[in-house]
Design a protein. Sequence first.
Length: 252
Amino acid sequence: MSLLRVEQLNKSFGGVHAVQDLSFEVDPGTIHSVIGPNGAGKTTLFNLVTGVYTPSSGNIFLDDQPTAGRPAHVLARLGMSRTFQNLQICMNMTALENVMVGRHLHLDRRFLPAMLRLPGIVRGDRDCRDKAAELMNFVGTGRYLDSDAASMPYGALKRLEIARALAAEPRLLLLDEPAAGLNANETAEIDVLIQKVAQTGVTVVLVEHDMKLVMNISDHILVLDYGKKLAEGTAEAVRHNPDVIAAYLGAA
């Protein structure tokens, strides 16, 4: 049974059909990549799946629960988390605090116990800090535990954002261009990290332009062109698909 299922999804902005009659499924525990030329509808698709946009028509299911048009905070409770192409890091906070923010769904948020700093609140805050530190070590940013986010290099901030997304304990993690702006060494670190995440049982869906990374880590690839499905399949099948080569990969 698929974890994520998209059925005949459409999204129009005025006369522009950004996503057209799109259907696909994502199996649990896999790494599923979405690729295509600029303007193919990849980020629009992510925004539809994660509740930023409401579909013009069609359905989206997370573990057979309909989610189309539901707000992002509801989807987070259902087990969906994401990162963004442009960093969404709070630069006026420490690195550790940024990750702790991602655990808000797992904290006691009742007003009175928090105001009185009851033992359960103190214990929960301590556990939250410990879990955030564990995640920072997991993504390879442990050296920045005591650092301000503003002092961290760009590549480390990319991994920090993944740690914050993981802090919500998602079943489905969507990564929007996790390697954008990274050098070769930083991209290799992201490659290894995404595979580590998948090995923990979290299903990963990513939009990415780095074809070396995509072909190396993907169990399944969906190719979009002008909002439509151009092809899908394994990395090997997509790499040799003549339509994909003509529209995106290039003859070389």
